[in-house]
Design a protein around this ligand. Structure first.
Ligand SMILES: [Zn+2]
Length: 240
């Protein structure tokens, strides 16, 4: 069987049998790789303790017909600080779920998506404001997929949005702001503060918690409207 090597982060794991697991791994060169990790559940197995979620490693895979087979792992990092608090851990898992939800095999942007996931998980490890890191991660992730919320012009008619109000109408279905003429379209009102957070390339961590949560909730709606399956981990981070 031909084999290949790639750097990746473990996004998801499923039990296949008493001893084996199936892993979803996001790799730098090949995008999503789904593989069988034989013996990964056995304490004495070759992969024991090395196939947990969030682990970043160099992997060797053997090509298979449906699923590839994991042959070897050389660990790079486990992002250990994310495990020091459930708050950081849940945010880390949220990032994995988002990537997993949109991931395709051999997608063109895999290099950028991998780098974004890696750098944001690393930043999350020492962050005092995981909400801010999450907002930045989601906006950049959506940008890479061409799905970023449209905030400069009306998402229905392309008219420029004049920024002079306290609240703005936002359509989650269309994915952006509406002008005054397009208000008949189903929308929610978002505050100026939320708009500031979403529109800035670098977010100030001194925005108040309520505004940051509001921005994150808007992104939750935005991303779930476009996801293959609802991303439930959002509810987990909001429950903290
Ligand atoms: Zn309009």
């Amino acid at each position: 069987m031909p084999s290949y090597n790639d750097q990746g982060i473990i996004l998801k794991s499923f039990n296949l049998s008493e001893a084996d697991k199936i892993l979803n791994i996001y790799t730098k060169e090949n995008g999503l790789v789904r593989c069988i990790a034989k013996g990964a559940k056995k304490p004495s197995g070759k992969f024991s303790g090395r196939t947990d979620l969030l682990y970043c490693s160099f992997f060797q895979f053997a090509k298979g017909k449906n699923l590839d087979t994991l042959c070897d792992i050389e660990q790079i990092t486990t992002f250990p600080k994310l495990r020091s608090s459930s708050n950081l851990l849940f945010y880390g898992i949220l990032f994995l779920d988002i990537v997993n939800n949109f991931a395709q095999e051999e997608e063109e942007e895999s290099n950028h998506i991998f780098e974004l996931l890696y750098s944001m998980l690393d930043e999350l490890q020492t962050s005092k404001s995981p909400e801010t890191v999450a907002i930045r991660f989601i906006i950049q992730f959506l940008s890479l997929h061409g799905l970023k919320p449209q905030l400069e012009t009306c998402v229905a008619c392309s008219k420029e949005i004049v920024k002079s109000k306290d609240t703005y109408p936002y359509s989650s279905i269309l994915g952006g702001l509406l002008c005054d003429e397009c208000l008949a379209i189903d929308h929610i009102s978002i505050s100026n503060g939320i708009l500031d957070i979403l529109g800035l390339p670098t977010i100030q961590t001194n925005s108040d918690m309520e505004t940051k949560r509001g921005a994150l909730k808007l992104l939750q709606k935005h991303i779930n409207t476009r996801a293959k399956k609802e991303i439930k981990t959002f509810d987990l981070v909001f429950s903290l």
